[in-house]
Design a protein around this ligand. Sequence first.
Ligand SMILES: NC(=O)C1=CN([C@@H]2O[C@H](COP(=O)(O)OP(=O)(O)OC[C@H]3O[C@@H](n4cnc5c(N)ncnc54)[C@H](OP(=O)(O)O)[C@@H]3O)[C@@H](O)[C@H]2O)[C@@H](O)CC1
Ligand SMILES: [K+]
Length: 238
Amino acid sequence: MVEEANFCPSKEAIMKPILQLPPMTCQRVREIDRMAMDQFQMPGIVLMENAGRGAAECMDQIAPEGSVLILCGKGNNGGDGFAIARHLQLAGREVTILAMAPTDELQGDALIQANITKAAGIEIQVLGEAPAKECLPIADIIVDGLLGTGAKPPLRGRYVDVVEAANASSVRRIALDIPTGMSGDTGETGEPTFQADHTLTFAAPKIGFAKRDADRFTGEVHVISIGAPLALLRQFSV
Ligand SMILES: NC(=O)C1=CN([C@@H]2O[C@H](COP(=O)(O)OP(=O)(O)OC[C@H]3O[C@@H](n4cnc5c(N)ncnc54)[C@H](OP(=O)(O)O)[C@@H]3O)[C@@H](O)[C@H]2O)[C@@H](O)CC1
Ligand SMILES: [K+]
């Protein structure tokens, strides 16, 4: 039986690429994902694992204490959430997931991450009929892994009451990639939009974050590397 180490993981700085990309549109960031996969043979799941681990390490710096509830949408933004859950559990954090859909409705990289998270014994609750404000699991921090660059505003279906319930709870809130309800390209925000204290955005800041008072919803923005090679970053830094 392996003794559980009782030291805190050291807080060494998170490895940052030497090249920080300029703000760009969602479409352009998705081109980075696409080129990393097609031109540099990086499987999407590797990009997602890098995103999840990088986001969890950033959380270890900005929100090192407390239990975490991760809201997972049906797409790869949710996939990031499933990956983050595993790394937070490894760091000794109490983690619960509230999924917008059952695992068998997921596909691709998100399904792979959800299956790993399930196998890891991390609790995955699926949103039921009850209003979100009645069934949102209690936690010290809520992470928004609902919608990212694949969002097509306005919010549809249960995403509305889940975001409203998250905003109504007086806890720390962290958005993954883009606060759900905000357009990454224009910074326009719908009613509701996830109100984050921090946004962990992948690969590059989104141009919409520069809109006046967008920071009311993004909070402090942190760029998380997805491990795309320097040669690829150079093609997008001009
Ligand atoms: N390998 C990679 O590519 C990497 C990707 N990464 C991550 O992936 C994210 C992009 O993932 P994605 O393309 O799956 O889109 P995502 O934002 O999860 O949403 C799509 C889903 O949401 C739904 N939906 C849409 N609009 C809606 C609305 N208004 N209201 C309600 N539902 C709505 C839509 O449903 P549909 O419209 O198809 O019915 C679909 O099910 C990106 O932000 C980053 O976090 C990182 O891990 C880096 C590596
Ligand atoms: K999000």
